[in-house]
Design a protein around this ligand. Structure first.
Ligand code: WTA
Length: 654
């Protein structure tokens, strides 16, 4: 058994400053509130009194081709929403806007890293999606088939996702930073028939060789019949005859119209793989009607989205934020979405601010790790640009420290924009805890309140609610919500045991939390998942990658506090009987197995690890060593001298 992090362990001892921070409160600015879509506190009570009525009111704003019968069928832990209803997600996100007054409204405003630009109106996006849908069908893709998407952040990634939705194929987007092995295991688990990729993408002036990675992955993916390759960088890539086809050879000549597949509300829309407590990533499955209702409603209400907004979310479509809040949420609302391909410091550290100024961005949604990076680069970068178009800021992915929150509010928001701190997960599909910017005061450090219709709680070890605002506990969600994941792909047993068994009747997201006057402060993960630059990395996955190296006997991986990334990966490795292996080689080995996003910051090769007499590795002590703290209680160690030896190895430069 591995030690779980108790909520107390993630509650860092409060300093006087952070206690003062917790008292700060930023009510909605009157000028914002006056025009806000939601101004009335009553929305919370109404939704709580009749959650099904609340959600179905929002669902009715979407386009259904057959009405639903029952709103919710709840057979814990399995939910069905809008039972019997039919709709198509692509029709809701694109088709209906392209046929109406939004026809010539920009849907995607895209900038490539090298400086190239493209804008697609709703009519143009619809044409692209329909052609791609026809191309998919012409290559044999049918409703229920799985399609893997491994692409840079170009308009075609959204086109590919929407085209899958159009024909009823289940997409599985894999982030372009994952390795060939990681891509292969996701393709195999999903049993994908087709892969959409590109010759490469741009990142910090370099080409990310996506096609080469696909070729390597496909050597072990027999289910894949066809590959569509977008030309993005123009670099030469080998094309496998009979398998690979260029996008420009199979898409543009297709007819502009494709019949949208009528989808049942509970038909799958996509799977997205995410890290958990074991070495095997899980395929989180989202369905059609409930998911779209949840992301539609939260985009509209949390971001106070209006017709003339210019909305910019910096997430990559390889993560859930890119699914829910770059593609499906904003487009179902008919918004103008700004999309950017590359790195925020290319060609210089003002790239985002320049983009915001030129495009007149009004809503900006990013991650705490990015905000801390901007802070470290200095306020002179945003100060060179006119950011007065901004009216709302958002953050997601990990807890935001109050210093970063206030910097964001002041340096980017000019002190006038509400900041929404949004807590949610790949599994929840939609924002679950936040503030409604025209209703609620923001309190730095607190994500906010459960979204209307959502019911949360904080429980102690025994499952009893924690009532003191000073005590941490386990966050749970009590009531089904429309965008909840329905199961794990091919593994419903794991769905039940991982999420629904710890606290019977409640969903356990594996975060610690504290609650004060109805506001939730998220304290971070209580399982073996760490958040590196906002990305979920399972420590077990990194451990498995390390022990797959022939020179490694045993590995223990922990997250170490990092001022910018939130956490950084540190690995302790025991070599196999006298084997010689360098820190660099092991780092490269992890990158090969999982991808650059899982590269350990340090790998300490050590003859022994701190273990209890029963042989359990004491990860708490490994964190103490990595963070340079005096080691905590080590009395249960079999050999107390180990910690001192590790401390010395840690001090040696890599
Ligand atoms: C963390 C990202 C604090 C949390 C959308 C959660 C947050 C995990 C916040 C999910 C926030 C996300 N405040 N922590 N506002 N948002 N988290 O699946 O630990 O990549 O369980 O989804 O990120 O990460 P995931």
């Amino acid at each position: 058994m591995r030690a779980r992090r108790a909520p107390e362990a993630v509650t860092h001892a409060p300093t006087i400053e952070s206690l003062l921070d917790e008292e700060r409160s930023f009510p909605p600015p009157p000028a914002f509130r006056e025009h806000a879509l939601v101004r009335d506190e009553g929305v919370y009570e109404e939704a709580a009194a009749d959650p099904e009525g609340f959600w179905s009111g929002l669902a009715r704003e979407l386009l259904w081709t057959r009405p639903w019968g029952k709103v919710l069928e709840w057979d814990p832990p399995h939910a069905k929403w809008f039972v019997g209803g039919r709709l198509n997600v692509s029709e809701n996100c694109v088709g209906r806007h392209a046929r109406g007054p939004r026809r010539d409204k920009p849907a995607l405003v895209w900038e490539g890293e090298p400086g190239d630009e493209r804008t697609l109106t709703y009519a143009e996006l619809s044409r692209e999606v329909n052609r791609m849908a026809n191309a998919l069908r012409s290559l044999g893709v049918r409703k229920g088939d799985r399609v893997a998407i491994y692409m840079p952040m170009v308009p075609e990634i959204a086109v590919a996702m929407l085209a899958c939705a159009h024909v009823g194929a289940i997409h599985s987007v894999v982030f372009g930073g994952f390795s060939a092995q990681a891509l292969a295991s996701r393709i195999q688990d999903a049993g994908a028939r087709l892969v959409v990729t590109a010759d490469g993408g741009w990142r910090r002036g370099n080409v990310v060789p996506l096609k080469a990675t696909v070729d390597e992955a496909l050597a072990s993916c027999p289910t894949v019949e066809r590959v569509i390759v977008l030309r993005r960088t123009g670099k030469d890539v080998p094309m496998a005859p009979g398998r690979d086809a260029w996008w420009h050879d199979v898409v543009p000549q297709q007819p502009d119209h494709a019949q949208a597949e009528p989808m049942d509300a509970e038909d799958p829309l996509f799977t997205l793989y995410t890290s958990g407590t074991t070495g095997k990533p899980k395929g989180v499955l989202h369905t059609t009607g409930g998911y779209l209702t949840g992301v539609y409603a939260t985009t509209k209400m949390v971001f106070d989205l209006k017709e003339d907004d210019v909305y910019f979310c910096t997430a990559d479509c390889g993560w859930v934020t890119g699914h829910s809040y770059v593609v499906y949420g904003p487009l179902s609302n008919g918004a103008t979405v700004v999309m950017y391909e590359g790195s925020p410091d290319f060609p210089d550290k003002a790239r985002f601010w320049d983009l915001i100024q030129r495009r007149g961005v009004t809503i900006f949604y990013t991650a705490p790790t990015a905000i801390r990076q901007f802070m470290s680069w200095g306020e002179e970068w945003p100060r060179r640009h006119d950011l007065s178009s901004l009216r709302l800021l958002g953050t997601v992915g990990e807890p935001i420290n109050p210093e970063a929150w206030t910097w964001y509010h002041r340096a980017i928001g000019g002190g006038r924009c509400p900041v929404v701190d949004t807590w949610w997960q790949t599994e929840t599909g939609m924002i679950m805890i936040t503030t409604l910017p025209g209703v609620d005061a923001a309190r730095p450090g607190f994500a906010g309140r459960p979204f209307p219709g959502v019911e949360a709680d904080v429980l102690d070890e025994e499952g009893k609610p924690v009532t003191s605002p000073h005590e941490g506990g386990y966050l749970v969600l009590r009531r089904p919500w429309p965008a909840m994941f329905r199961t794990l792909w091919n593994d419903d047993a794991r769905y039940q045991s991982e999420y629904w068994s710890r606290f019977p009747g409640a969903y356990f997201p594996k975060d610690g939390a504290k609650r004060d006057r109805g506001y939730y402060m998220i304290l971070g993960r209580v399982d073996d998942v760490i958040k590196v630059a906002g990305h979920r990395i399972g420590t077990m996955e990194v451990e498995s990658a390390l022990v797959s190296h022939p020179a490694v006997a045993e590995a223990a991986v922990i997250g170490k506090h990092d001022a910018i990334k939130g956490e950084a990966i540190v690995a302790y490795v025991i070599p196999r009987g006298g084997a010689q292996v360098s820190e660099q080689e092991l780092r490269d080995h992890v990158v090969k197995a999982l991808g650059a996003i899982a590269r350990p910051e340090r790998v300490i090769v050590t003859p022994d690890l701190p273990k209890t007499r029963s042989g359990k590795i004491m990860r708490r002590l490994l964190r103490d060593v990595a963070e340079g703290r005096p080691a905590g209680d080590a009395t249960t160690l079999a050999d107390p001298a180990v910690v001192e030896r590790l401390r010395r190895s840690f001090g040696e430069s890599p």
